[in-house]
Design a protein around this ligand. Structure first.
Ligand code: F0G
Length: 463
């Protein structure tokens, strides 16, 4: 069949490929055995057995020649590396916070800020939980309270800013427990567990107003804040003509500090930081980082890693880069929508989220539909995705009961600058194949459950 003529002009990735890494293809029988050996958990597969790896966008980015060149300029001094000062200057330039504490990755920063700011019995509201963030809040004696808008829990709601905080829920919590029991609100941009959904500038401004009147701080999870800035630019009135860099800085200006996993927006393979405006918190954090990560001018990173992060900040805010980044996710998502496969709408910033609850509606949630679906996709094509449902949600820290999240999803996560449009086609076709044979799929039972962040290491067997 001839290809139809296009209805619009195409755009392409704003880079060309200089180094390639060969991919390994495997047989179906090999994959059937590999996934069984991995306990039907895609986290336990060997990467060698994976064809297209869409497990995560974390640390899986392709660095540019500019970043690789910077790696050779690593100043590996124990103290006062020049790469640290460059990173600090770029953090101030692009994010606008005063003080920087580098950490080995995002959870290092979450650990430090939680230990410093949270007391036993405190409450930490947030726009939906993230696994590691909540774990550190609970370890510090806090209780996480979800204050995201209801739309975020509905995969079909077309709300353009499903990451928004429900101000009424936040106000109710403040009334109920008292502002002195709430050291800060944890605001993520974008919201990973909701499907990579953004928060609007209008909403973060309103959160600032409400929290300021009660003396409550805002700590931003800035992990994918550049992707959030793109959604503000394309969806929010008044921001169409502003630069991504200006939007990012404005977003941060309504908050008091940020935890950051550099492994996402910053286009590197490792790294993170804590940024903060308050001098006292900074002094404590700088002291604590020495105990858990490394000296305050490297925080568990090599000098070259800090250089790559600093350079990544310059690249992440380029308009053509971010358009192609989100455009690729959209390309995959739109294909699935055209084929009427249920996914979270609108399409997120870093991933397409399959609605496993709907796709495998014959499998009850306690038989792990999303875990099952991810395993099936792997067997079909060697494409690796991951569960974001009841396994990820874990158990309630007080009652020990399984949490039953409304969202039971499979995340098809796109690394930055790594795969081409053809890889997206192969992925979409594999998902379609599994979707068309969905009635034959049976669920799983959990046979090993680790105590913390169980989704990483849990094991399952076929029912
Ligand atoms: N916050 C968000 C929103 C994240 O997505 C992650 C990591 C972290 C914090 C923790 O950062 O991994 O550098 O320690 N997300 C990865 C993922 C693991 O696959 O979504 P980290």
């Amino acid at each position: 069949m001839p290809y139809p003529k296009p209805t619009r002009r195409s755009w392409a990735e704003p880079f060309k490929i200089k180094v390639v890494e060969p991919l390994k293809t495997t047989t179906r029988q090999h994959r059937v055995e590999a996934i069984e050996e991995a306990g039907y958990n895609t986290f336990l597969l060997r990467s060698e057995d994976v064809y297209i790896d869409l497990l995560t966008d974390s640390g899986t980015n392709a660095m540019s020649d500019y970043q690789w060149a910077g790696m050779m300029l690593g100043d590996e001094a124990y103290a006062g590396s020049k790469n640290f000062y460059y990173l600090e200057a770029n953090m101030q330039k692009y994010y606008g916070y005063k003080y920087l504490v580098p950490t080995h990755q995002g959870r290092g920063a979450e650990h430090i800020i939680s230990q410093i700011m949270i007391k036993q019995g405190d409450y930490i509201p947030g726009n939906m939980y993230f696994t590691t963030t909540r774990e550190h809040q609970e370890r510090a004696g806090g209780a996480f309270v979800d204050v995201i808008i209801d739309d975020a829990h509905d995969p079909e709601s077309p709300h353009p800013f499903k990451g928004n905080v429900d101000l009424q829920k936040l106000e109710d919590l403040i009334k109920k427990v008292g502002a002195n029991k709430i050291p800060y609100i944890s605001v993520a941009a974008t919201v990973n567990m909701a499907g990579g959904q953004p928060i609007s500038m209008e909403n973060i401004k309103a959160v600032r107003k409400l929290t300021s009147s009660h003396g409550i701080k805002i700590i931003l999870d800035a992990t994918r804040a550049v992707e959030n800035a793109y959604f503000i630019k394309t969806r929010e009135k008044g921001y169409e003509r502003k630069s991504i860099a200006a939007i990012l800085k404005e977003l941060c200006s309504y908050t008091d500090g940020a935890t950051m996993s550099g492994k996402k927006d910053l286009l590197v393979n490792i790294g993170g930081f804590l940024a903060i405006n308050d001098r006292e918190i900074f002094d404590e954090a700088r002291n604590m980082v020495v105990v858990f990560e490394g000296l305050h001018t490297y925080g568990g990173l090599a000098g070259r890693d800090m250089e790559a992060m600093a350079r990544g900040m310059e690249e992440m805010t380029k308009e053509d880069y971010i358009r192609s980044r989100i455009g690729q996710v959209e390309y995959l998502g739109q294909k699935l929508i055209d084929w009427e496969i249920p996914i979270v709408r609108p399409i997120g910033g870093h991933a397409v989220f399959l609605d496993a609850k709907k796709i495998l509606e014959h499998i009850p949630q306690d038989k792990f539909p999303a875990q099952t679906l991810a395993a099936e996709i792997y067997v079909d094509s060697g494409v690796r995705t991951m569960e974001r449902g009841i396994v990820s949600a874990g158990r309630d820290s007080k009652t020990g009961e399984n949490r039953h999240p409304k969202l039971e999803l499979v995340r098809v996560t796109i690394p930055r600058r790594v795969y081409t449009q053809a890889h997206m086609d192969v992925t979409a076709e594999s998902i379609l194949e599994v979707y068309e044979n969905r009635k034959k799929i049976r669920g799983l039972k959990m046979v090993y459950e680790p105590k913390h962040l169980r989704f990483f290491q849990a094991r399952f067997e076929k029912i």
